[in-house]
Design a protein around this ligand. Structure first.
Ligand code: 13P
Ligand code: SF4
Length: 305
């Protein structure tokens, strides 16, 4: 009978042993519960984690994030076994675009390219021309031959991208419930309490919120900004877990979080990572025909740089 592993310290030790035994790496999104950082091989944003998944020589990835991230890893590296600790950790925004809706939008805007935010299902990626993340949406849109692009499903990211690109962006009526709820007044209040702080905002926030930013950044873009900045205080406007990553990497600055919690991101736990590696269950499987189409859209994005 296998030994019962209960404390965090025991779990961390056991997970580290299992990683060696199973030739596994653990990729962790910035918003994950802080306990999971302890067993990570890499912590990052969606773009960084896609690149790492594509390049890894490990046999297994345990993807600590939400469904579309683990799916992208499985699509980009089909030889790999990709496990997700909590199979119900699903980004609600990814369900706001379906394949029939993409086809309908295409028929309404036949001259436009379809750009799928990575926060989409593999099937929607396969029905699109190219993917983007919050870190590269402007570069992706600018790389297109078409003068028009449907950017789905996040309306706020689409509107933000339109302000930075000369292309005509056709938005989609989707949103992230965590970012879309953040109010302009909350940011103004934080600014009045901390007038010397730089304000970093995720582009999934509403325009009234990102218009108050010193810089609009993906999650790892926020970390890069802090590293390169002389400021000592930052108002971080995104999912609250981002502040844990900043505190870990740049502990000598002060951070003020504005934003809520992504319940789906917090469904993973150390115990679930341990269980996934022990049982090798919760494998992410993407049907081959869908994976082939989604890979084209993801690889095209990765080529943009
Ligand atoms: P990043 O790519 O900026 O990490 O964003 C992913 C996400 O889900 C934000 O809500
Ligand atoms: Fe999806 Fe929003 Fe959670 Fe990101 S923060 S995973 S977009 S629900």
């Amino acid at each position: 009978m296998s030994k019962t592993v209960t404390t965090d310290v025991e779990l961390v030790d056991s997970i580290n042993l299992l990683k060696k035994e199973k030739d596994a790496i653990i990729l962790v999104h910035n918003y994950q519960p802080i306990e999971i950082y302890q067993v990570s091989d890499h912590i990052g944003d969606s773009l960084e984690l896609c690149r790492l998944a594509q390049r890894t020589k490990a046999e297994t990835i345990v993807f600590c994030g939400v469904d579309f991230m683990a799916e992208s890893a499985a699509v980009l590296n089909p030889e790999l076994t990709v496990l997700i600790p909590e199979r119900h950790a699903r980004c609600p925004m990814a369900a706001m675009a379906t394949v029939p809706q993409v086809h309908r939008m295409r028929s309404l805007h036949s001259d436009a390219a379809v750009v799928a935010y990575v926060n989409t299902s593999a099937a929607v990626k396969a029905a699109s021309d190219i993917c983007c993340t919050s870190a590269n949406a402007v570069r992706v849109v600018d790389s297109l031959d078409e003068e028009e692009a449907i950017l789905l499903p996040d309306c706020n990211l689409a509107v933000y991208t339109a302000t930075k690109s000369s292309k005509r962006i056709i938005p989609w009526p989707g949103h992230c419930y965590v970012h879309n709820r953040i109010l302009e007044d909350e940011v103004r209040k934080a600014k009045s309490l901390h007038p010397d702080a730089s304000v970093l905002v995720h582009p999934e926030c509403p325009p009234a919120v990102w218009s108050l930013a010193n810089s609009v950044e993906s999650t790892s873009g926020m970390l890069r900004f802090v590293r390169e900045s002389d400021a000592s205080e930052f108002i971080i406007v995104t999912e609250r877990g981002m502040v844990n990553r900043l505190q870990l990497e740049e502990p000598n600055r002060r951070y003020y979080a504005v934003g809520g919690i992504c319940a789906q991101m917090k469904q993973n736990s150390l115990k679930k990572v341990y269980d996934a590696l022990t049982s090798m269950q919760n494998r992410v499987i993407v049907p081959e025909d869908v994976a082939d189409g989604a890979r084209m859209a993801l690889e095209r994005m990765l080529q943009v740089g």
